[in-house]
Design a protein around this ligand. Structure first.
Ligand code: OGA
Ligand code: FE2
Length: 536
């Protein structure tokens, strides 16, 4: 299968010199919009095909009707009919040539145009990996934003422009993908949704027996034996001969009986310890849960006293000549670590230019693999990104200068401007931007030291989701087009500030464009002198 596909791409690669390598559609909206146009083209060519096929059928129909009448008259009085010399001649002609022509018409293939269009376009189609990726993104969103299956299936999301429903079959498909990932929690949710929609009378080719088969297994895997039995019973009502279900039923009954036996001899003391561990589980909030809460905007709120110390101001870049007459708006987003936001700091025109420069180069974002030190793709960073150099456009160069003027940090040692596009489900799980002590080689080849600070432009609004969150301290920063946030990753001593751990929440609706500049230590010796203490 895979090698087949390979062959196909290779063969067509010769014909189409501009074909690009297939790369993860689901990670960004930019590439997916191309697919919408492709689909539109295909619909047009499909309609052309239907028209051609209809006109062909129309011709055939006319012929049949004409012949129907004729043969009716002829069979009623064959001798009288053939007594007319013209009729005799026409019969010869019809049988000798006209039926042959009709045969050719019936055999004529009208699908040429459509099929060749399809063959060309298919090489740009998403593959299984894309479909699974998009499905996993849906499941991820469901968890992060606490969406119940029914809400998601009916398309009731906040901020959506184009409502869209999942069919019972779609739900079944999602359940199957969860199943192949051994994710029985989501398997149960989605199989149940598929079943519910069928029970409500949705017309579908999805089969209840199949759904119940998956569902009962997922429920059993999660330890709910009696529910698994109930579902298996339901399956057997629909298909009494179902072999696996009959086998499972016997097995469930056996396990059930054994458990009852064991329960009789269990003591109260055991129950007590069980309860204690449950309490412990609830108290402990893993980072993942904090991250998801912050993404939903359920973060701990700052005390009013602390909040009062956050200000907004006009900032002139510490008397930078370029900003004395026209200072910029700056707001404190957080105190510790200090995160500031600049408002109206990049114009819509600049954003368009940056996006246009980046678009043809967007490719799946990579991360440092700590084991090999190499760049790889990872499920925890799902977006597409590109790097822009100041040399290639005056706009990029102007943006770099702006960052230098407003941070007071030398940008000549910084990394190039990174542009990132997150599609629906796109995210970057909690991470540090700086290199830790145990990864001294992280930025070695750059030769400019560690990432001292991060500047992050928001180049789009996001309809829902997509916040930048700091789970260590409980801060959520919401994207707002035209603004930028800035924070130091390192203390003046050069030590990493672990409170800067942050994440990009999955986009729920819409899409998110950001660009960021990672400033490095070298060049800042006189701009931000180092100290021995961790305090600024
Ligand atoms: C990053 C990052 C945050 C965001 O690219 O390192 O943390 O909101 N991005 O995109
Ligand atoms: Fe980051």
């Amino acid at each position: 299968m895979a090698s087949n596909k390979m062959w196909y791409t290779l063969a067509l690669g010769f014909l189409l010199p501009f074909s690009y390598a297939h790369t993860d559609f689901f990670t960004s909206i930019g590439h997916m919009t191309d697919l919408i146009n492709t689909e539109k083209d295909l619909v047009i060519s499909l309609k052309d095909y239907i028209k051609a096929e209809e006109s062909k059928l129309e011709q055939i129909k006319k012929w049949a009707e004409k012949l129907d009448k004729l043969t009716d008259t002829a069979t009623k009085d064959p001798e009288g009919f053939l007594g007319h010399p013209v009729n005799a001649f026409k019969l010869m002609k019809r049988l000798n040539t006209e039926w042959g022509e009709l045969e050719s018409l019936v055999l004529k293939d009208m699908s040429d145009g459509f099929i060749s269009n399809m063959t060309i376009q298919r090489q740009f189609f998403p593959n299984d990996e894309d479909q699974t990726g998009a499905a996993k993104a849906l499941l991820r969103l469901q968890d992060t934003y606490n969406l119940d299956t029914d809400t998601l299936s009916r398309g009731n999301l906040p901020g959506v422009k184009h409502k869209s429903f999942l069919t019972a079959e779609d739900c079944f498909e999602l359940g199957k993908i969860a199943y192949t990932e051994a994710d029985y929690y989501h398997t149960e949710l989605w199989m149940e949704q598929a079943l519910k929609q069928l029970d409500e009378g949705e017309v579908s080719s999805a089969d209840k027996v199949y759904i119940l088969d998956y569902l009962s297994y997922a429920v059993y895997q999660q330890g709910d034996l009696s529910k698994a039995m109930m579902l298996t019973k339901r399956l057997l009502e629909l298909d009494p001969e179902h072999q696996r279900a009959n086998g499972n039923m016997k097995y469930f009954e056996y396990i059930m009986a054994k458990e009852k036996e064991a329960n009789k001899s269990s003591t109260d003391a055991e129950d007590q310890t069980e309860k204690e561990t449950e309490v412990k589980k609830k108290d402990y909030l893993p980072e993942r849960r904090k991250y998801e809460m912050l993404c939903r905007g359920e973060g701990l709120k700052m005390t009013p006293r602390r909040q009062k110390r956050l200000f907004c101001r006009y900032y002139d870049g510490n008397r930078n000549p370029r900003y004395i007459l026209g200072p910029v708006k700056q707001e404190d987003e957080w105190d510790k670590p200090r995160i500031v936001r600049f408002l109206d700091i990049i114009s819509d025109e600049e954003i368009e230019t940056v996006k246009e420069l980046a678009k043809p180069r967007l490719s799946r974002a990579t991360v440092h693999d700590p084991e090999t030190g190499k760049l790889t793709t990872a499920h925890y960073r799902v977006s597409k990104s590109a790097w822009l150099s100041g040399y290639e456009s005056p706009v990029v160069s102007r943006i770099n200068t702006r960052i230098q003027d407003l941070t007071g940090l030398d940008v000549s040692t910084a990394e190039e401007l990174q542009v990132a596009n997150y599609g629906v489900g796109g995210q970057y799980e909690p991470h540090f931007d700086f290199g830790r002590k145990d990864e001294p080689d992280a930025f070695k080849e750059l030769g400019t030291g560690n990432r001292i600070a991060t500047w992050l432009f928001y180049m789009s609004d996001v309809s829902a989701g997509g916040a930048t969150v700091f789970p260590e301290v409980g801060a959520s920063v919401w994207p707002k087009k035209g603004t930028a946030v800035f924070w130091y990753n390192l203390f003046p001593s050069g030590e990493g500030d672990y409170s800067t751990r942050h994440a990009a929440c999955p986009v729920l609706v819409g899409n998110k464009w950001v660009s960021n500049k990672w400033l490095h230590e070298r060049g800042q010796e006189f701009r931000r002198p180092c100290t021995l203490s961790e305090l600024e």
